[in-house]
Design a binder for this molecule. Structure first.
Ligand code: X6L
Ligand code: MG
Ligand code: MG
Length: 166
């Protein structure tokens, strides 16, 4: 009986059939050894951040519990990206699937391969809004308040909740 650890994953896609791919990614994650998807946020359509000349994204956040240590969870996330034919053409460019670890337990991790909490979580409406929908106010291990970050979000990031039921 290993301890189950709660973590939050940010999923995003803007190539191919993004909603269908998100659905597949959630199923693949749930069937990865050592990962259970517990709750899923609403689905959001969001304007691209970082590199603007690309299609809108569909984003959501999944609450999982896992017995995997962070590096193994990262590998599981990368396997899901590869299963959905992610090809890296350019940094910040369009992709069929992106799976990021936003939070892992109440831990701070800062290695070459992994930074948790996700370094740009608080500035990105497409990650913060669906996360807040699941957690409400929480204080991150870095001491920041999610409510506070919500109020500080720049108003120029377009994000719209889409009616959808899995
Ligand atoms: C200056 C330089 C300011 C770079 C911002 C921001 C870079 C975000 C990358 C940045 C900068 C990113 C998604 C996205 C991306 C997504 C939406 C990234 C990585 N992923 N936009 N842009 N959803 N809406 O999942 O987040 S590329
Ligand atoms: Mg990302
Ligand atoms: Mg990523």
């Amino acid at each position: 009986m290993s301890k189950r650890i709660m973590a939050y994953l940010g999923l995003g896609a803007n190539l191919g059939d993004p909603i269908n791919q998100l659905q597949q990614a959630l199923a693949l994650l749930h069937h990865s050894g050592g990962v259970s998807v517990r709750r899923i946020s609403s689905l959001y359509e969001t304007s691209p951040v970082g590199y603007l000349d690309q299609p809108n994204f569909f984003n959501l956040v999944a609450e999982i519990d896992t017995v995997l240590p962070p590096t193994e969870l990262l590998q599981a996330a990368q396997k899901v990206e590869q299963c959905l034919h992610r090809v890296r053409l350019e940094r910040f460019g369009p992709r069929t699937m992106d799976v990021d670890i936003l939070l892992y337990d109440h831990r701070i991790i800062d290695t070459v391969e992994l930074t948790i909490p996700h370094p740009r979580l608080l500035e990105r409406a497409f990650a913060l809004i669906p996360l807040h929908e699941l957690t409400g106010e929480i204080i991150l291990p870095t001491g920041q308040s999610l409510d506070e970050a919500m109020r500080a979000l720049p108003k120029d990031q377009w994000i719209k909740k889409r009616d959808f039921s899995w």
